[in-house]
Design a protein around this ligand. Sequence first.
Ligand SMILES: NC(=O)c1ccc[n+]([C@@H]2O[C@H](COP(=O)([O-])OP(=O)(O)OC[C@H]3O[C@@H](n4cnc5c(N)ncnc54)[C@H](OP(=O)(O)O)[C@@H]3O)[C@@H](O)[C@H]2O)c1
Length: 280
Amino acid sequence: MRVLLTGAYGQLGRSLLDRFPADWVLLACGSAELDITNRAAVERIVRRFRPQVIMNAAAYTAVDKAETDRIRAMKINAIGPENLARAAREVGAQLIHISTDYVFDGSKPTPYIESDAPCPVNFYGLSKWEGEKRVQAMLPRAIIIRTSWVFSEYGNNFVKTMLRLAQTQQTLRVVNDQRGCPTYAGDLAQAMIALARDVHAAGIYHYCGDKAVSWYEFAQTIFSLFSGYYPALRSVEVLPVTTASYKQQASRPLNSVMVSERTAHLYSCWDKALENVMSA
Ligand SMILES: NC(=O)c1ccc[n+]([C@@H]2O[C@H](COP(=O)([O-])OP(=O)(O)OC[C@H]3O[C@@H](n4cnc5c(N)ncnc54)[C@H](OP(=O)(O)O)[C@@H]3O)[C@@H](O)[C@H]2O)c1
């Protein structure tokens, strides 16, 4: 399989690099090698390399900053994926693009399924939804995977933030009224590889970890696991707070729990995967 990977050095990109089958021919591009917002550069690389699959792990992921950096967020999250979809169509490649739980507004009392209507409450979510629509218009058989609360041994994520803050703060206030499913980037990478091999795969998929929790419950799980290895963490107090009392630039959906029957065979147990971050 010939695979072009964009955004190769973000946390998902690096998790994919660790897991690509040895017999795949891979062209891995970070933002320095390929800026996905540059249509001509995308077309040049795709025409030259002629991938069978393009995996897009590139994105603008700064949720709060996106509120004021709208043009850049839209370029990277909507125009970039459209450029990839157009180039994929030209060479007959499949595109696997990643989207987010933040396309939903969180008002549904039960978990979101793929056919639920998006209605983002922040600009990041809006830009990702626009990306979904542009990809689907350009390449209707593209694979779009919505994931949530991604963590890994790489980059910036909630697990690393909690452990970093615990080094300097004895009390951490963590939101307890937003619920979602943490997702280990390594499991998401395996799911992408499995879907790349499935010639019938197409359309929108939800893929996330198995258990829904609040950010507060996620933090508690992190500290209870990690304090077995770092006893100093036992003295850190985690306090539940409400979204209303925790001011952030961007609104967040209160419920971003997703489920899927389409990816049930690609099961991901996130609390077990936390140990991978521990041992990294
Ligand atoms: N992280 C989460 O909790 C979460 C939740 C739901 C969905 N997602 C989605 O999951 C996917 C992977 O996220 P992640 O956590 O791996 O993100 P990440 O660690 O922030 O990585 C994103 C990568 O995209 C690259 N990039 C940014 N602009 C680019 C451009 N114009 N051209 C090419 N590359 C560019 C960045 O490179 P530079 O650093 O060099 O700019 C970075 O390496 C994204 O689609 C994201 O929206 C993430």
